[in-house]
Design a protein around this ligand. Structure first.
Ligand code: HEC
Length: 207
């Protein structure tokens, strides 16, 4: 029984493992990974993005830019680690083609440092040395590639699920272009993503 279930799940992954992650090519029931987590963006009746689930254990963690308060005049806009995840299919497609497929979701969960302020620069000590260490999670943003839905913001829509401790909002409307997309249009490395920051992880290890 266990093996039958695993085989069925594996087939679903193969069926949905193509380049496009869009709802147009993937039926809702097939659009789950083998942990029952949706691999495509889901929208509610108001056209809001439903908060993606299961990303911590079923998506790929591609990097964690970090802008602590101490290095930003004591008040960084986002003083947390910015933990960035992407769906496995999108990760593999990018490695293979250098392009993010339709339906790609970049999910950024913010994570505070623990014991802020133990030293003047907010650092503290572990037996490994002096540094910054992960504390409570504190917010969530998502970017979705859908070139039709978000044609007027370079093919990506941006969603904020709250900048606070969980629970995060159940769904979020697309943020106004000037709130999010414009800065990515003006500054991102490639196709709206600050991909140079994730290249070290996106690049396969040499054997
Ligand atoms: C002032 C510029 C700016 C604005 C405004 C901005 N971002 Fe970003 N965003 C960045 C930068 C720079 C990075 C990568 C480095 C980092 O995370 O610090 C990033 C990274 C991201 C990522 C991870 C994937 C990627 O593109 O690297 C997501 C998701 C994201 N932002 C969502 C949002 C959302 C949602 C909003 C609006 C609520 C927003 N951003 C507003 C500059 C901006």
């Amino acid at each position: 029984m266990k093996y039958a279930l695993m085989a069925a799940a594996a087939m679903a992954v193969i069926v949905t493992g193509g380049a496009a992650l869009s709802t147009k090519t993937v039926q809702a029931e097939e659009a789950k990974n083998n942990y029952g987590v949706s691999i495509i963006p889901e929208w509610n009746e108001k056209g809001e993005l439903i908060r993606p689930k299961g990303f911590r254990h079923t998506w790929v963690f591609i990097g964690s830019p970090f802008t602590p308060n101490a290095l930003n005049g004591g008040a960084a806009g986002f003083p947390e680690y910015h933990n960035v995840y992407v769906q496995p299919d999108a990760f593999h497609a990018y490695r293979a083609t250098g392009k993010w497929p339709e339906g790609t979701m970049m999910l950024k969960e913010l994570q505070l440092t623990d014991h802020p302020g133990e030293e003047e620069d907010g650092s503290r000590y572990e037996v490994s040395g002096r540094g910054y260490f992960p504390g409570a999670v504190n917010g969530m943003d998502v970017a979705v590639k859908d070139t039709k839905r978000f044609a007027d913001s370079n093919g990506w829509g941006y969603f904020n699920f709250g900048h606070h401790a969980p629970p995060y909002k159940a769904s979020a409307p697309a943020a106004p272009k000037e709130a999010c997309a414009q800065c990515h249009i003006d500054n991102a490395d490639e196709d709206m993503v600050y991909v140079d920051l994730y290249k070290p992880i996106l690049t396969p290890l040499p054997n």
